[in-house]
Design a protein. Structure first.
Lengths: 334, 299
């Protein structure tokens, strides 16, 4: 039964979301750091202003955020607000709700990471497939080891090198932000072109940093498949190499790649967060960086929760698409 | 490595065999050479130089370009970058090795218990690792490091502890999967029939067969821990007082070393980071070849 499988996957998704929410509830309560006190301490440090009745102000904020109630009651109320999609208010952009802050940043991140992930997966898989194919020219096969070493280097470091050489030295591309100052945000051609030129460097750091991973996986799988009987049979039958390449070789080798894709989302988000911070790209990575500096715990938790949900949903989508790629898999049927 | 090599009586010595194998397994050889170079550089360097003083602020004149008295230059806060590199490679490596060790020990225990005995415990382990796979590791560590730990009191040891929190997930999965495939094999049944106890089977029969996997998993975790600690450091959650490689990059970026033409401040730690990651990844690919005979090249 396909339906049973889909149901089970959805239950798992809900379980993951519940676990994430619970962990995010427990972590701050395990900490001795009081976010509100931290906030006032930071205020006192930067402006020299320290209210006389600090303790009662903190107490009133705790009342406002419900921190004075017993833990189980706090938990129930917290879960209720998460279910309603309420992640609290930001401390650094008070009184902006966390969801609004994330909502502004999220499209940028989805755009950057979505495009780079698709490109990386396609480029890497094609290079890997060609590198594992015996008839490919030598230079294609020689591409995998350097790409593999690139893949070992954090995209953040590749980003530093790209900023320095391409952005700073050669001045070919803008070094940061997502669009030129002074442009109005709309869907006009100049604005879109401007956004694309700004996105090239961050995208390149992410792509260069992970193409090797996909190439290596595809090549490994491809080499294994070449020894299979059905490939030998196809060759002896006299099928054209092109046909064997696409329908016998790539078609089968790509399946484990798709499985890896589902598992890679967590790493993609982690790398994206760092690269965004480096380039000042206005996505959730930069928001997270600012929130860490400002001790804005509610934004940190909100972003944590959103990324977990995003990864879990992406994994679910890949899982549900998988049977379309592999007709042998009919979930649940024995 | 020695596992993969069967030395025969009267044949070439163990050392020749290892050298011969390394000549064939180039990634392993190159990776090991870089790691040995880094070890000699950092351990030898600490013996020659007083890195305990020179790698910290206000030790030397600030912002000296490379050459003369300071071969690698100095940074804005007056650290000698040669000393910083020597100590940084050591500290960064220490974070990785500590977290990797915790990861592999916990992973082996959990993986064996889950895989060998099965039951409810196995189910719990499987679920927890599956859920943790869904949660982006760096984000979880950011939340933990950003809230539980006091940002100004982070030490190298704290970094190792924080990165250890997730270092066991990978090894647990690898060990569990290996134990599951191995425990049905004939040599385990024979060991059981010959009256060996469970513990004896685990330590005498299963462990030696899994050694290449365990070593590869350890290297992967060391790499993962260094990667994670670098991520935390880049975001300003690292040990602010210690000259790890990641912190050095963080300070260089923080003070816009690049746009101020202080290229040496950023160049050396980037080179060190690239060498660390490239060597570990090469070793990992090489070990994969040892552990997985399917991709092993013939002599």
């Amino acid at each position: 039964m396909r339906l049973g499988y889909i149901l089970r996957r959805f239950l798992f998704l809900i379980f993951v979301m519940w676990t994430a929410a619970t962990v995010l509830f427990l972590i701050p309560r395990m900490s001795r750091v009081n976010p509100i006190r931290e906030r006032f301490a930071a205020l006192a440090r930067s402006t020299g202003y320290s209210p006389k009745d600090l303790e009662s102000i903190i107490a009133s904020y705790e009342l406002k955020f419900g921190l004075d109630k017993p833990l189980p009651q706090q938990y129930v109320e917290y879960m209720g607000s998460v279910l309603r999609g309420d992640l609290g208010v930001s401390l650094m952009a008070y009184p902006k709700p966390v969801t609004e802050l994330i909502g502004e940043a999220l499209p940028w991140t989805i755009g950057l990471l979505g495009v780079t992930t698709v490109l990386t997966f396609l480029i890497g898989t094609v290079i890997g497939a060609l590198a594992g194919w015996p008839r490919s020219p030598k230079w294609v096969k020689g591409m995998v080891p350097p790409l593999m070493i690139l893949a070992a280097i954090p995209p953040y470091i590749l980003g530093l090198l790209l900023v320095y050489f391409i952005g700073f030295r050669l001045k070919l591309l803008p070094m940061g932000s997502a669009y030129s100052a002074g442009l109005t945000k709309d869907w006009s051609i100049p604005f879109i072109l401007d956004v694309v030129t700004h996105a090239i460097l961050p995208a390149m750091s992410l792509i260069l940093g992970s193409v090797g991973f996909w190439a290596l996986g595809m090549r490994g799988m491809g080499v294994t498949i070449q020894g299979e009987d059905y490939v030998n049979f196809a060759e002896h039958k006299g099928l054209k190499p092109g046909r064997i390449f696409y329908w016998y070789y790539v078609r089968n080798a790509i399946l484990p790649q798709v499985t890896s894709l589902a598992l890679a989302f967590g790493g993609i988000i982690s790398a994206g967060v760092l690269v965004e911070g480096l380039y000042g790209f206005p996505g959730i990575g930069s928001t997270l960086g600012a929130a860490i500096l400002a001790n804005d715990y509610f934004v940190i938790y909100g972003i944590g929760y959103i990324t977990v949900v995003a990864v879990a949903v992406s994994m679910l989508m890949v899982d549900l698409l998988y049977p379309l790629l592999d007709p042998r898999i009919r979930y649940g049927k024995k | 490595m020695a596992i993969a090599l069967q030395s025969t009586i009267g044949g070439p010595s163990q050392r020749t065999l290892v050298m011969r194998y390394l000549r064939r397994n180039k990634s392993l050889a190159v990776g090991l050479i870089i790691v040995i170079f880094l070890l000699v550089f950092s351990i030898g360097g600490s013996l020659v130089m007083d890195t305990g003083k020179l790698a910290y602020p206000l030790a030397v004149a600030p912002l000296q370009p490379p050459g003369g008295e300071y071969p690698l230059g100095t940074d804005k806060d007056g650290r000698d970058l040669l000393a910083v590199m020597i100590r940084g490679v050591l500290l960064t490596g220490a974070i990785g090795v500590m977290a990797g060790t915790v990861g592999i020990v916990v992973g082996v225990v959990l993986g064996f218990l889950a895989g060998y005995f099965g039951g409810a415990f196995d189910m719990v382990v499987r679920w927890v690792t599956e859920v943790l796979l869904t949660i982006p590791g760096l984000i979880l560590l950011i939340i933990i490091a950003g809230t539980i730990v006091d940002k100004n009191q982070v030490s190298v040891f704290t970094m190792a502890a924080v990165t250890s929190i997730l270092a066991w997930v990978g090894p647990t999965r690898v060990v569990r999967a290996q134990v599951l495939t191995m425990k049905e094999r004939t040599f385990v049944s024979i060991a059981k029939l010959s009256g060996m106890g469970n513990m004896e089977i685990i330590f005498k029969e299963l462990m030696p067969n899994m050694l290449p996997f365990l070593v590869a998993s350890f290297v992967a975790q060391v790499m993962g821990a260094i990667y994670a600690s670098f991520g935390l450091e880049a975001l300003g959650l690292g040990p602010a007082r210690e000259p790890t490689i990641g912190m050095t990059i963080r300070w260089a970026v923080f003070h816009s070393a690049m746009f101020n033409q202080w290229w040496w401040w950023l160049l050396w730690p980037v080179v060190a980071m690239v060498l660390i990651f490239a060597s570990l990844s090469l070793i990992n690919v090489g070990l994969d070849e040892v552990a997985n005979p399917r991709v092993r090249r013939t002599e």
